[in-house]
Design a protein around this ligand. Sequence first.
Ligand code: AKB
Length: 324
Amino acid sequence: MKKILVTGSLGQIGSELVPALRKRYGRDNVVATDIRMPATIELRDDGPFEFLDVVDPHHITRVMQIYDVGTVYHLAAVLSATAESRPNIAWQINMNGLYNMLEAARQYHCSMFVPSSIGAFGPSTPRDNTPQDTIQRPGTIYGVTKVAGELLCDYYYVRFGLDTRGVRFPGLISHVTEPGGGTTDYAVSIFYEAIKHRKFTCYLRSDTQLDMMYMPDAVRAMIDVMEADPSKLVHRNSFNVTAMSFTPSQLADEIRKHFADFVISYDVDTVRQNIADSWPNYMDDSAARSEWGWKPEYDLPRMTLDMIDVLSRRLVGQHEKQPS
Ligand code: AKB
């Protein structure tokens, strides 16, 4: 079979997508790439890995010439809070990197998955039950790159027949790799702090409601949308997908069902709060459900139980390995 190429494979999504793709399609059929090298020998030996900076078209061409690539999962991107502090870098990676990958996909006849985000919406978007097709006027550079990315992917489909597909991810929660530089990252850090110290200081207000998803659902969404029957797809870039929607205070209540003494306090970071305030409370994902059968498996209680279960075992294990 033709190879599957994953960019940004050592990031939060790639760390779980690559093993899932290798399990499904075979270890040697999935080429992991990133701008940094895997930290451990195990990761390096898990399957093909290539150093790839998406901002440099020569890197992309080199990898495309080595492997017979048929599908690209383009995950290399800068998240919202980092993008706000380094808009220039965000543009280079999120826009120029995407353009370079689309061009390569066009030249080498690949299909391509590109994640968008709730960040593609803005303050004038309806916040409740946010429709699939609605106003998209984000006020962040991250949002600007996400909307432009969705449009660019549509353009490549209409203009060149390139099979581009994508979803608008909410905040993603995972126990494998922590996110970096996002606005929704608190929903991951809170678990580490709850397990280790039974307390957490949140940088968002207690009532900030946002869509969220557990990583196993996110991985399934990416694979399912790429495997979907193209004749059923009315939308392509990008489908609203969500699994749960909660505030920091509701997440703390759920965690307290496991650790009764858990305490949450708030020290609001204005930059991330302003970003979160411009994003939907919850999206309508009925287009994804009807066009390719999207259905999440994890709600808030199930995700919380699994995060606490897996992380508690790992963090206690780490603690026991510490030299005394
Ligand atoms: C972020 O917070 O920047 C991301 C996202 C919702 O796109 N997790």
